[in-house]
Design a protein around this ligand. Structure first.
Ligand SMILES: N[C@@H]1[C@@H](O)[C@H](O)[C@@H](COP(=O)(O)O)O[C@@H]1O
Length: 322
């Protein structure tokens, strides 16, 4: 079943109408759901959206959860215990579950009413990766529940974004190498952005830098920067600023203006400069994170190489009890 068919099927079963959708996962998979939560919170008049790290969902189930709910669970490996348990809890409450994984043997599939075995890797089109599939699920859900005026524009964006990414990756490759050389001995980074992309600032900090490079990092929302964090700004501290195209661009530009004045180690990744502007204004902001994820992967690979710290190296994950 494709995205449209899955949502139609659930819509057909929920007589009183789907009233909420929960996005549940851990780590990188959770981060891939953030744009969808942002999309629904921004565009829905009635449909309620929630984003949960899986273990919190299991331990503090939302009271609204029930037969009118859709719960989307994503797990790349498909066997993360917290995510598998979350799908089970959702099913026990009568919710309609959609599981996404890259593993056809995934335990997650046992409690998924509908499932997507998604593509992964450098050669795949991003529209077949989990972030875009989940976003498409959110768009379809909104459309069946209350109508969404920009479905066609969104679909066009989905067809366009992979080409923008391929071009963008080439564009930033030399910059990423310079960045990696320049910052190879840094031990802490702050990652700033806003809007639909904020999840990927968090993801770059916790997965790419902390987990995969054992570096200290924190994400800061560009809007929050001026409400505390900017006090640490100096010429020694590195910042990575992802500037969105769309409504929240102004927040990122405000951070940029400040950093240009008081910081020196600032790496800017600007979606507009990378060509995202060809996507329609009404939907472009939801595609920023899809672009940024692929672009920051170029940076993390460059960093891993010069630091001689392969992205797969772990000392605790999957090695000790936790
Ligand atoms: N860095 C990894 C993530 O990349 C992964 O997404 C998450 C959950 O794993 P899975 O998606 O297999 O459930 O664990 C860690 O956080």
């Amino acid at each position: 079943m494709n995205v449209h068919q899955v949502i139609e099927a659930i819509h057909g079963k929920v007589t009183k109408g789907i009233s909420e959708v929960y996005f549940v996962a851990c780590g990188g998979s959770l981060v891939d759901m953030y744009p969808s939560k942002y999309f629904l919170e921004s565009e829905a008049k009635k449909l309620v959206a929630g984003l949960y790290t899986a273990n919190e969902f299991v331990h503090a189930l939302p009271k609204r959860l029930g037969k009118q709910s859709v719960v989307i669970v994503c797990s790349h490996g498909g066997n993360t215990p917290e995510s598998v348990a979350a799908a089970k809890s959702a099913k026990e409450k009568g919710a309609h579950t959609i599981g996404l994984t890259h593993n056809q043997e995934a335990a997650l599939l046992n409690d998924s009413d509908y499932s997507f075995l998604y593509e992964w890797g450098d050669d795949s089109d991003v529209k077949n990766n989990p972030m875009a599939i989940i976003l498409e699920l959110a768009v379809e859900l909104l459309h069946v529940v209350e109508g969404y005026a920009h479905v066609d524009a969104f679909q066009k964006g989905l067809q366009t974004i992979n080409g923008i990414i391929n071009q963008g990756k080439k564009q930033v490759a030399p910059r990423a190498r310079v960045f990696a050389e320049k910052y190879r001995n840094e031990e802490l980074y702050y990652i700033l952005t806003s809007g639909a992309s904020y999840g990927h600032a968090y993801g770059f900090a916790i997965c790419s830098l902390m987990e995969m490079q054992w570096l200290h990092a924190a994400s800061i929302h560009s809007g929050e920067f001026f409400h505390g964090p900017f006090e640490v700004t100096d010429k020694e501290t590195p910042f990575i600023l992802m500037i969105n195209e769309g409504r929240t661009r102004e927040l990122d530009e405000r951070a940029q203006t400040f950093l240009n004045q008081y910081a020196e180690k600032v790496e800017v990744i600007d979606a507009k400069e990378l060509g995202i502007g060809v996507i329609a204004d009404e939907v472009v902001e939801f595609f920023n994170p899809v672009l940024f994820y692929s672009i920051i992967c170029v940076y993390r690979e460059a960093l891993a190489e010069v630091r001689n710290h392969p992205l797969e190296t772990r000392r605790y994950m999957g090695k000790v009890a936790y």
